[in-house]
Design a protein around this ligand. Sequence first.
Ligand SMILES: Cc1cc2nc3c(=O)[nH]c(=O)nc-3n(C[C@H](O)[C@H](O)[C@H](O)COP(=O)(O)OP(=O)(O)OC[C@H]3O[C@@H](n4cnc5c(N)ncnc54)[C@H](O)[C@@H]3O)c2cc1C
Length: 394
Amino acid sequence: MTQEDDALRREIRDWIAREAPRDWRTASTHEAFVASQRSWFAKLVGAGYAVPHWPREWPGGGRSLAEQKIIYEELARADTPRLLLSFVSTYHAFATLAECASAQQRSHYLPRILEGETWCQGFSEPGAGSDLAAIRSRAERRGDVYVVSGQKVWSTMAQYADMCLLLVRTSADGPKQAGLTYLLMDMRLPGVSVRPIHQIQGDEEFAEIFLDEVEIPVSQRVGEEGAGWAVAQATLASERGLTLMELSYRMRGAMLRLSEAVHAAGRTCDAGVLRKLGALATRVDAVCALADRFLQKRMDEDERVGDASIVKLAYSRCLRAWTNLGVELADLAGQMHAPITFGDLNSGNWMADFMNSYAWTIAGGSDEVQRNIIAERMLGMPREPKNWITEARP
Ligand SMILES: Cc1cc2nc3c(=O)[nH]c(=O)nc-3n(C[C@H](O)[C@H](O)[C@H](O)COP(=O)(O)OP(=O)(O)OC[C@H]3O[C@@H](n4cnc5c(N)ncnc54)[C@H](O)[C@@H]3O)c2cc1C
């Protein structure tokens, strides 16, 4: 750590002590939660901590990896709110716009994101999740517009989004990937309807999006028609990078909650429990180190296929172990859960955390899919037979 790094750490700690909301977990309605997310994001933008990974011309952008780490570490250490509402905008939409969009699209949308415009990701469909290329939502070009009909599902916070990163099918000919096109869709267009999905823990973190003859200007296309698969890779890569570093740091920041649970359960002399706690602390540190190494490799342009899958898999398995230990320690009291957790993964509401931990074995590619990538594309093991799932069904 350099003197500059130390100074940055002190500066952020002071700022967090003054500005971070303390009561954000007590929001009892979705509307109150969304309002608190918007206000926290605006504060972060104002202070230059919202988008340290953006280029230098943006407020707080152009930070080195070491500086980004310090910012995320301090935000996690102080248990500040995770930006559930704006992470698709600042990570996914930014990466897509920065890597693949036209200069005009970039200069139109990036400032709006910092002003609080929120985005959702409209990729998954019923029947197109792990096999994303099976997308069926259809876009037909008619003059200056694409007319889009179909259905999207599991779109995080879509009910509050202004814009959507939309992957659609423009052709049914040739390989599945070659018929996909990438569009930026205004969620207020006629024909777009959104239905929140009520989850087992009381959250409504995702929504279904129904598209009925929605007219999207051709100027809203990113890349060429039929090149949507390549653009989608830029979007997907962003969710396997910084997002995981931030989440890993948050899990490490919340280790204190597990030690508190050990105390509360009166098990500070229970050698079995202490062994589990120690093993978990080491494992959490290892996940953080994996996330750090991955980001460094990406910045050095040295990323290999499978690297991201290792971090994703290590994080999701560790989060499961983290919440399992919490539920075990909290005993019967741990069976209670808060009615709304808003995608919080390390809240200390153990049953809710436990249920939420399953989400991360699926989001951004399931554990099974990550294992396939590591086995087949990294280790060179034999590929699984095509369509084995559907063919195995009676
Ligand atoms: C928290 C969260 C947030 C999300 N946010 C978004 C979002 O904002 N936008 C969006 O578009 N999507 C989002 N998703 C959807 C996510 O991308 C999909 O759920 C995921 O890709 C899996 O697809 P699926 O649900 O259709 O399951 P399926 O693909 O149907 O998989 C079902 C099961 O089969 C297994 N399986 C599938 N294929 C194989 C295989 N080849 N080998 C072995 N096992 C296999 C899977 O591992 C899984 O257990 C989100 C999901 C979660 C959980």
